[in-house]
Write a protein that binds this ligand. Structure first.
Ligand code: ZN
Length: 492
């Protein structure tokens, strides 16, 4: 009997301990991602996660590392639920970072988008909307940021930061104004990737000036159409392709131009045959793109490992951001710049704060150009002039962002003039030259295939009023664009 009592007591004790452990584990399980189940939308403050380690928002004097993956579509990453496991390492990074799963870029191509990230201004405000600026009927000059506009890295420089940039040139060439305030700004390899910029950045970090915090900008065209993997494609994600395309930069450029000219046709909303590609060709291009993402993910992982070994990972704010996405016949085109659909404006944005162990994912919409104002806010550095971007502090500290609308714009190569406004559900795209309107329900129709402009006139009218007010605030009223319809320039 005594023995039975002991056994029962032990079982009861094990049961109680089990209950406690189960309950405890439940409470302390961080909101982390797995490839099977993406991170849940977070509503609690990071510090409210019971048993979790609180994440402090303020980090005065921390180093800043911005890793910029050019042309990366958010919907093609593992942590945003992509069907292919393209970014296992970035997903691990997301597990102890803030992941903004609905980050919209204010522009769909490199030059205006990165200048918006650098300045916190809409492209129409910073003025670097094209690589060239027309100064006469047949005269173009290279565009550069107005000297009256202060970049956000320049503000860091004024607060004692050393700035260093290692880039793939082209759309982030220092000549546009990106290099202002930088001690080093490398842009010597046209369409260079991280396999070029990361070694340069690591060499600089080893010999950097001591005694000052740094802002490091590491950029690469690893997934861009103009970049081919150094050892060719393994075709990791290609299945059953029997077409003749190879995915070479020259081929990509040919389809890009064909897309742009196809868009000259009034009312064109995308017809793949116009650019000379089949649907199978488009899927093949997407598979090659995914392979490049997979390779880039590995390069960034190796970089993060090196940062940890150098003791820089835990005392730096690390931002991962992309400037725009890429199109693979989603709306009948190839490349980017030419439209404002989500394959081009839904971008990657993750922020890792020093010492952060708890990841958190947000489904609240934000803009990617909010990244640097958020960083400055973390560092306690004020911005004394007007910018359009905002700090994401409210969201990251358990609150909500005040915005109701998010805008994007493109004046790609003086030809495509489009603007968009979206709320949390609907998105209106306005072609400024033809006044053609498209309205999408981004929840019911996330791929923007069903134009609701005739079915939801009240919604369209409401959003168009918001868009017009925004255009007015930018000093670019609609009337300036109506009827402008130039051919694309060949130099860009
Ligand atoms: Zn780009």
């Amino acid at each position: 009997m005594k023995r039975v009592l002991v056994i029962v007591s032990v079982l009861v004790l094990l049961f109680v301990v089990g209950l406690f452990v189960t309950h405890h584990r439940h409470e302390t399980t961080p909101m982390v991602a797995t490839s099977a189940a993406p991170l849940a939308a977070a509503s609690a403050a990071p510090t409210d996660l019971a048993g979790g380690v609180p994440t402090a928002f303020s980090h005065p004097g921390a180093n800043v590392i911005v890793i910029a993956i050019d042309t990366l579509r958010a919907d093609s990453t593992t942590m945003c639920g992509y069907r292919r496991d393209t970014t296992p390492n970035l997903e691990r990074f997301a597990q102890h970072s803030y992941l903004f799963r609905k980050a919209w870029s204010v522009a769909p191509w490199t030059v205006p988008s990165f200048m918006s990230i650098f300045t916190g201004l809409f492209p129409s405000h910073h003025g670097v909307t094209n690589k060239f600026t027309a100064v006469g009927p047949n005269k173009l000059v290279a565009t550069t940021l107005s000297p009256t506009i202060l970049t956000l890295p320049q503000i860091l420089h004024r607060h004692g930061y050393v700035l260093a940039g290692f880039t793939g040139d082209a759309g982030v060439s220092g000549s546009f104004g990106f290099s202002r305030g930088f001690s080093v700004y490398r842009d010597d390899l046209h369409f260079g990737a991280m396999n070029h910029s990361i070694p340069l950045a690591l060499a600089w970090l080893k010999h950097r000036p001591t005694g000052k915090p740094f802002f490091l900008f590491v950029h690469g065209y690893d997934v861009h159409g103009m970049f081919t993997p150094p050892h060719g494609y393994t075709r990791r994600f290609v299945h059953d392709y029997h077409g003749k395309l190879t995915g070479s930069p020259a081929e990509d450029a040919k389809f890009r131009e064909a897309s742009l000219y196809a868009g000259l046709q009034p009312g064109w909303l995308g017809h793949p045959h116009v650019v000379g590609m089949t649907a199978a060709d488009g899927r093949f291009y997407k598979a090659l793109y995914d392979e490049k993402i997979y390779d880039c993910d590995k390069r960034i992982h190796r970089f993060l490992v090196k940062l940890k070994k150098m003791g820089l990972y835990d005392n730096s704010i690390i931002v991962m951001v992309s400037d725009h996405g890429d199109e693979f016949l989603d709306h009948g085109s190839i490349d980017h710049g030419q439209s404002l659909y989500d394959e081009l404006v839904h971008v990657l944005l993750m922020i890792h704060l020093p010492g952060q162990v708890q990841g958190q994912a947000f489904d609240d919409p934000v803009n990617s150009f909010d990244a640097l104002p958020t960083v400055l806010d973390c560092l306690g550095i004020p911005i004394h002039h007007h910018i359009d971007a905002v700090s994401l502090r409210p969201l990251m500290t358990g609150g909500k962002m005040p915005q109701k609308y998010w805008f994007s714009e493109t004046d790609y190569r003086f030809f495509v003039h489009k603007r968009s406004v979206r709320d949390k559900r609907y998105k209106l795209i306005l072609d400024m030259t033809t006044m053609q309107r498209e309205l999408y329900d981004t929840i019911a129709d996330p791929h923007e295939k069903h134009n609701l402009i005739n079915e939801k006139p009240k919604v369209a009218m409401r959003l168009e009023k918001v868009l017009e007010a925004w255009l007015h605030s930018l000093g670019t009223p609609l009337d300036e664009y109506r009827g402008v319809h130039q051919k694309p320039i060949t130099v860009f």
